[in-house]
Design a protein around this ligand. Structure first.
Ligand SMILES: [Fe+2]
Ligand SMILES: [Fe+2]
Length: 229
C-alpha cells in the first residue's frame, strides 16, 4: 500500500482542449498517464493536485472522471485554477454517485487518512494581477483558512502531508501565513503542481526551514504519479 501524488492532468475527453498540441512531453499524455498509473494497486491512493479537467461543468468533465476512475487506486482530488467544473462537495459527491464514479473523493476543508498519514491541503494562492490587492489578500486569507481547517481535522494523525495546487514559494512570493500554519501542525512535506514548461525551472524544491517542497505537475514527473509515502 502506498500514497502517490500528481497534479495537472489537464484532461479534455469531454472538451476539445487536448494538451498534445503543446508538443514535447504532452504528446500522447493520456497514454502516458495510463502507463504511469499502471503500477499502482487497487489499495494505493493518489492525490490529484488540481487542474484535473478542462470541462466547464461536471457534465463536461464526466468522461475525464471516468478516465480517472478507471485508473487503479483511490484518488483524492483538490481544486486547481482551471477546474471550472468544481462545485460544492455535496454536488460533486452526488454527481460521482449518480454516475457510478467510485474511486474519487474531494479534498476541501477536510482531510483523509491513509496508513497513518493525514492528507491535507487546499488550492493555495499566488496572487493575480487581474485582481486588486484587496481582492488578492481576501482570496489568500480564505485559502489559508481552508488549509487551517483541513489541518485541524487531522488532529489524530501521526504524520501530515500537505498538498496544494499553487506553489507555496515561487520567485519572490512566499506564502508566509500558510507556512506558519504548516509549522503549527508540524508538517514537514508539501507537494504542489501548477507550473508547466519553463515554469519548472523556477520550481522551489527541497528543504527550506524544516519543510520539504516538491513539484508534482504531471509534465514534470513524466505523467507518472510520485510516491510520497
Ligand atoms: Fe494551474
Ligand atoms: Fe496546470
Amino acid at each position: 500500500m502506498a500514497l502517490y501524488a500528481i497534479g495537472d492532468l489537464h484532461l479534455s475527453f469531454g472538451t476539445d482542449k487536448p494538451m498534445d498540441v503543446f508538443g514535447g512531453g504532452w504528446v500522447d499524455y493520456t497514454d502516458k498517464l495510463s502507463a504511469g498509473f499502471s503500477t499502482l494497486n487497487a489499495d494505493d491512493m493518489c492525490v490529484l493536485c488540481g487542474d484535473t479537467s478542462w470541462g466547464m461543468s461536471l457534465e463536461e468533465s464526466l468522461e475525464d472522471f471516468r478516465f480517472i476512475d478507471n485508473l487503479p487506486g483511490r484518488k483524492i482530488i483538490l481544486k486547481g485554477n482551471h477546474d471550472y467544473w468544481w462545485s460544492t462537495a455535496a454536488k460533486m459527491e452526488s454527481f460521482f454517485s449518480i454516475n457510478n464514479i467510485t474511486s474519487i473523493e474531494i479534498l476541501h476543508n477536510n482531510c483523509y487518512y491513509y496508513e497513518g498519514v493525514a492528507i491535507c491541503g487546499t488550492r493555495g494562492w499566488l496572487g493575480d494581477s487581474e485582481f486588486t490587492a484587496e481582492q488578492n489578500a481576501k482570496i489568500y486569507a480564505r485559502e489559508t483558512n481552508r488549509l487551517r481547517v483541513s489541518l485541524q481535522s487531522a488532529k489524530d494523525a501521526d504524520k501530515i502531508i500537505c498538498f496544494f495546487h499553487y506553489p507555496i514559494r515561487f520567485k519572490n512570493i512566499v506564502c508566509h501565513d500558510m507556512i506558519d500554519v504548516m509549522n503549527k501542525f508540524n508538517v514537514k512535506n508539501c507537494y504542489y503542481g501548477h507550473l508547466h514548461g519553463d515554469g519548472h525551472r523556477l520550481a522551489v524544491r527541497g528543504l527550506i526551514d524544516g519543510i520539504n517542497y516538491e513539484i508534482i505537475s504531471a509534465d514534470f514527473i513524466n505523467f507518472t504519479p510520485m510516491r510520497v509515502s
